[in-house]
Design a binder for this molecule. Structure first.
Ligand SMILES: Nc1ncnc2c1ncn2[C@@H]1O[C@H](COP(=O)(O)OP(=O)(O)O)[C@@H](O)[C@H]1O
Ligand SMILES: [Mg+2]
Length: 250
C-alpha cells in the first residue's frame, strides 16, 4: 500500500442476491486530495462508499481506510470520516443550532466543547446569519451546507460526499463546491466526492475515477485521462468530453 494512500481498495466486490453491483474494484485516494468519483446511476458508487464505511459487507476483496479494515474497524473509521449521504434528513422544526446540538449530543461531544464547534462549523459553511431559522424554511443549498456542518462537528479528516450538488441551482452548486475546496485547502480534509456535475468536479478535483458497471475503468488526473483518450493535443478537453469518450467505449 502506497504511503500516502488514505483509501485503497483491492478487488472490492459486492453482490446483491447474485447480482454484482461492485465488481473487483481497484482504486485509491491520496491523503489531502479531492477525488472525483464519477459514473452513471447504478454504477456502484454509493455501494462502494457504504463498504468503505463498514456499513455494508463486501462479498469479496478488501478495502483500507486510514490503514484500517472497514469490516473490522468500522467504528474507528466512522469517527474519522464525515459521511454526507445522498438524501440527508432534517427535523424541520429545529433551527440550525438545535440541529447541530442534537448531532453533537449523538456524537457524545462534551457540552462545553460543543458550542464552539457548532459555531465554527456554521461559520465555515456560511450559515451563521441564518442559524436561528427553522431548517424547514431552508433552501436545498442551505440544507446541504447544514449537512456538511453536521459532519464537521466531529472534526473529520476525510469527507465522503455522495452527490452533494444534486438538485441545486448553479449558484447553490458553486457555493457548495467552493466550500468543499476551502475545507480541503484550509483544513486539510481529504475529500471523496461522487457527482454528476462534471463542470464543478473539474474545478476542484485533483484526480478523478470513472466507474462503470461496478468497475473503475480509469483513474488519474484530467490531463492523464485526456492524454490517454485523445493523445497529445494542443487543445484542453473538458471533463465532460473525457467522460463521454470513456462512457461510449465502455
Ligand atoms: N440494497 C440493495 N439491494 C439490492 N440491490 C442494490 C441495493 N443497493 C444498490 N443496489 C443495486 O446495486 C447497483 C449499484 O447501485 P448504487 O451503488 O446505488 O449505484 P450509484 O450510487 O453509482 O448510482 C444498482 O444496480 C442498484 O440497483
Ligand atoms: Mg448513488
Amino acid at each position: 500500500m502506497g504511503e500516502d494512500r488514505i483509501i485503497e481498495t483491492t478487488d472490492l466486490t459486492k453482490a446483491y442476491n447474485g447480482q454484482v453491483a461492485v465488481d473487483k474494484l481497484n482504486f485509491f485516494v491520496r491523503e489531502g486530495e479531492i477525488f472525483g468519483f464519477l459514473g452513471p446511476n447504478g454504477a456502484g458508487k454509493t455501494t462502494t462508499l457504504l463498504m468503505l464505511l463498514g456499513l455494508s459487507t463486501p462479498s469479496g476483496g478488501r478495502a483500507r481506510v486510514c490503514g484500517l479494515d472497514p469490516t473490522r474497524d468500522s467504528k474507528k473509521i466512522k469517527a474519522m470520516v464525515g459521511y454526507l449521504p445522498e438524501n440527508v434528513g432534517f427535523y424541520n422544526d429545529l433551527d440550525a443550532i438545535q440541529t447541530l446540538e442534537f448531532i453533537a449530543d449523538l456524537n457524545q461531544i462534551p457540552k462545553d466543547e460543543a458550542q464552539g464547534r457548532i459555531h465554527e462549523a456554521l461559520d465555515l459553511v456560511g450559515l451563521e446569519a441564518e442559524a436561528r431559522k427553522k431548517v424547514g424554511a431552508y433552501s436545498r443549498g442551505m440544507k446541504q451546507r447544514l449537512g456538511i456542518a453536521e459532519v464537521l462537528i466531529k472534526n473529520p479528516s476525510i469527507l465522503f460526499l455522495d452527490e452533494p450538488t444534486l438538485g441545486l441551482d448553479p449558484e447553490g452548486a458553486t457555493k457548495l463546491i467552493d466550500l468543499i475546496a476551502r475545507l480541503n485547502s484550509e483544513k486539510g480534509i481529504t475529500v471523496l466526492l461522487s457527482s454528476h456535475n462534471l463542470y464543478q468536479v473539474q474545478r476542484i478535483c485533483n484526480r478523478v475515477g470513472i466507474m462503470i458497471k461496478g468497475r473503475m475503468v480509469v483513474q488519474g488526473t484530467m490531463d492523464e485521462l485526456a492524454k490517454e483518450k485523445f493523445g497529445l493535443d494542443d487543445r484542453q478537453y473538458s471533463l465532460e468530453e473525457i467522460y463521454l469518450k470513456y462512457f461510449q467505449e465502455a
